[in-house]
Design a protein around this ligand. Sequence first.
Ligand code: NAI
Length: 240
Amino acid sequence: MNERTLIITGGSRGIGKSIALLFASSGYSIAIIYAGNDEKARETVEECRAFSVKAEAYKCNVASSEKVKETVAAIRKEFTGISVLVNNAGITRDGIAAMMKDEDWNDVIDTNLRGSFLMIRNTIPLFLRNKGGRIINISSVSGLMGNPGQANYSASKAGLIGLTKSIARELAQKNITCNAIAPGFIRTDMTKNLENTPLISSIPLGRMGDAEDIARTALFLASSPYITGEVIRVDGGLAM
Ligand code: NAI
């Protein structure tokens, strides 16, 4: 059978790890890009391999144009059938706008938005060779609704939605779709301080989501050739 490969950024923990494992369990080979934690990346690779699929991890800062280029080239040597890219790597540096430091603005935009663009730009030739592909960008309800204290993060996640729609239009003729998922509050390291706060009562379903809720949506989009330029909220009704 032809190899089907997922490239996932920020795949060593949280939502990204859950996506890697669900795709591995569905028979995809997995190329994980991670920022720094070698131990966690190794663990995730082993857990993917337990599904009898190929899996490798690559340390790479997605905000670095040079590193992304090198890393995608290394993945291309190792894997065939590159058919799905999930841009999941993301950071927060929250603070009120009047006090926000330049570096906190730049780091968030560079990782969340520029990083996704760099990954897409370098992966397009692989999709073209594969005669199609699925790009899935992990945005946020913060990019749809805005959020006080998150000017940088909201801007990066709203920017991802514009990026998603432009790429969807630009590459539709090549059988490459591009969609976004906008998670609400999902239980991960990023949100560990939110449990049991009043914020949770503003969610119509009354609870935080799980990383698997996002993973299932990503797998659905990966297997949906006629959906492109869409943003799917997975938020318990928070942003409706
Ligand atoms: P997390 O903090 O647990 O994981 C983020 C991942 O991104 C980590 O693996 C980290 O190593 C990686 N990463 C960060 N900077 C990187 C860089 N420069 N280069 C390469 N990798 C980098 O976060 P979580 O919660 O799993 O979030 C995943 C995505 O989902 C993020 O984009 C986040 O903004 C988004 N999201 C999460 C929500 C939540 O409630 N947890 C809600 C809405 C969106």
